[in-house]
Design a protein around this ligand. Structure first.
Ligand code: FES
Length: 177
């Protein structure tokens, strides 16, 4: 290459890389397609994860018995709660044993035995205790485990309003140490 040719090459403008009509069309259609697909898919994803994003309803209380009917002797009450578990809604029936403590306060125990989950009953063979028919666990009126079961009976949160007793979520027994 002589000197003149080198100069020509050095001063030639850089060739612009132009987009072909085919490329332009494929970019435009591809972009529009992706936008439309996003519009269709995003609501589906939102719907799929919606229950996970929803705040859980906390502390729902259920009216179970008139306050005046609660005595020192445990009474069994049955009630339904509304449960929402992701996409599944149900109204299971629960039971509780309600009574007044020595301090006069109303409390409610879960009847689910802490050994293997059978249902305990107040009285029966041993009249002043909760007895479990499955393997013989016994609990005091406050729910303290006396034999077989490793823990006390759980307790429902209790509140009273306008002459009625309401039960809330289950929590570990607070009455026995
Ligand atoms: S389940 Fe109650 S004693 Fe075993």
């Amino acid at each position: 290459m002589d000197h003149k040719q080198q100069q020509d090459t050095a001063h030639k403008p850089a060739k612009r890389k132009e987009m072909t009509r085919r490329q332009f069309l494929s970019y435009t259609l591809g972009g529009a397609g992706a936008f439309m697909a996003g519009g269709a898919i995003l609501p589906m994803i939102r719907f799929a994860v919606d229950p996970i994003l929803q705040k859980k309803e906390q502390g729902a209380f259920v009216k179970v018995i008139e306050e005046s009917k609660v005595t020192n002797e445990p009474t069994e009450v049955k009630f339904k709660i509304h449960q929402v578990d992701g996409w599944y809604e149900s109204d299971p029936q629960l039971a509780a044993w309600i009574s007044k403590g020595d301090d006069g306060k109303i409390f409610a125990l879960s009847p689910v035995c802490k050994h293997l989950g059978c249902t305990v009953h107040w009285g029966g063979e041993d009249p002043n205790k909760y007895n479990c028919p499955c393997h013989g666990a016994q609990y005091t009126k406050d729910g303290k485990n006396l034999k077989v079961a490793p823990k006390p009976l759980d307790e429902f949160e209790v509140k009273t309003d306008n002459g009625w007793v309401y039960l809330g979520p289950l929590e570990p027994n607070s009455r026995v140490k």
